[in-house]
Design a protein around this ligand. Sequence first.
Ligand SMILES: NC(=O)c1ccc[n+]([C@@H]2O[C@H](COP(=O)([O-])OP(=O)(O)OC[C@H]3O[C@@H](n4cnc5c(N)ncnc54)[C@H](O)[C@@H]3O)[C@@H](O)[C@H]2O)c1
Length: 436
Amino acid sequence: MRIAMIGGGYVGLVSGACFAEFGNEVAVVEADPGRLALLQSGRMPIFEPGLETLVAANVAAGRLAFGDSVAAAVDGAEAVFLAVGTPSRRGDGHADLSFLFAAAEQVAHALTGYAVVVTKSTVPVGTGRQIAAIIRSVRPDLDFDVASNPEFLREGSAIADFLRPDRVVIGTDSERARAVLRRIYRPLYLIEAPILFSSLETAELTKYAGNAFLAMKITFINEIADLCEKVGADVHDVARGIGLDGRIGRKFLHPGPGFGGSCFPKDTLALMRIGQDAGAPQRLVETVVAVNEARKAGMAQRVVTACGGSVRGKRIGVLGLTFKPGTDDMRDAPALSILPRLLEAGAAIVAFDPQGMEQARPLLPAAIAYAPDALAAAEGADALLLLTEWNEFRALPPERLAAAMRGRVVVDLRNVYDPAAMRAAGFAYFGIGRGG
Ligand SMILES: NC(=O)c1ccc[n+]([C@@H]2O[C@H](COP(=O)([O-])OP(=O)(O)OC[C@H]3O[C@@H](n4cnc5c(N)ncnc54)[C@H](O)[C@@H]3O)[C@@H](O)[C@H]2O)c1
């Protein structure tokens, strides 16, 4: 089957490459000339493990191509996926649908025969019907259907998530569209991945509900971690104690500096607005948004306190900048709210991240220096601040850190280090929720 993918970012590129891997002929349209030039020369504009190899194999097999022409991509395509960004709209937190509606209009002008226009981007309830209305207004003659197929992949394990998903959600009113999507996802039927068919609205809401629930789980354990610190309990033991209950589950019970990333912050905010507009306020989600914002803002103070009440004139080595390991994505990373505050408080910052420094540089104040590796970031530092749990940071021996650093303070906002080992190496160690 011929498939067009509009948008070659984290979702469009991975989805396009995986659909090609299923045996389809996929044309990815990318509007950003810089990203497109990289893709056309065989280089990846984003870091995602395994992606370069998967893309190269499918390009070589003639199943995957990149271009900037929507018309060329949709020619003969039975399905056109929209995978463009839906960031928070400046000022009010609603999802900004301008990229999506512009893409839908381009597709409407370009289609030559029947196709299903499938929204992969995360969009508010009602967007699928708005897309149908846009296409109908541009091309009243056109035979088409719309569907919602939200994407659940995680950056860092995106390919495995796409090829072996927990479930696939497909929302559409049209039996013909269902048949096209069933054919596309046939390889997943063979591995018995659950494929859930629903209405457009249900599929659209399922994505937001899923992300909001996960964000709520993280926020819950973060608040329990704060309580652990006050009462002398250990949050990891609490998390294990509750997580082994099958009704709760063990995942997403890891405390940290507050969730960030390209999805949870904007999607919780958007769901909050959707609920308010629909007259069904999502009060838990509203609280999650507020608690998480306050948490990220409060993290710098934690570092100041760990440094004895002031960081003025102190050098802080920072390990990790991205919102999680396995990606170069800096969108809404906690580093973006913590590090500027530390600079304002008078600290000098030397940071290292294995993949994120290029993306981080334009988003962070120019006064931040970057080190070529983790030990170089720790060199001469009064305090070490771990922000992202990359594996290579876990493996750093405490004695090596102690030898490199001037001071003896470690603030570990992901709890990757063993407090006893850190203390044995002479560090004042500050984790999260490890009150015991
Ligand atoms: N990143 C994730 O982990 C993830 C996971 C699930 C769902 N999502 C959702 O998927 C959507 C895309 O997210 P992303 O992270 O891939 O965003 P992204 O910003 O990395 O990619 C979007 C791409 O679309 C391109 N684009 C915009 N308009 C275009 C047009 N008219 N024609 C061609 N290309 C166009 C942009 O240049 C950009 O490269 C969002 O709605 C997001 O919420 C993201």
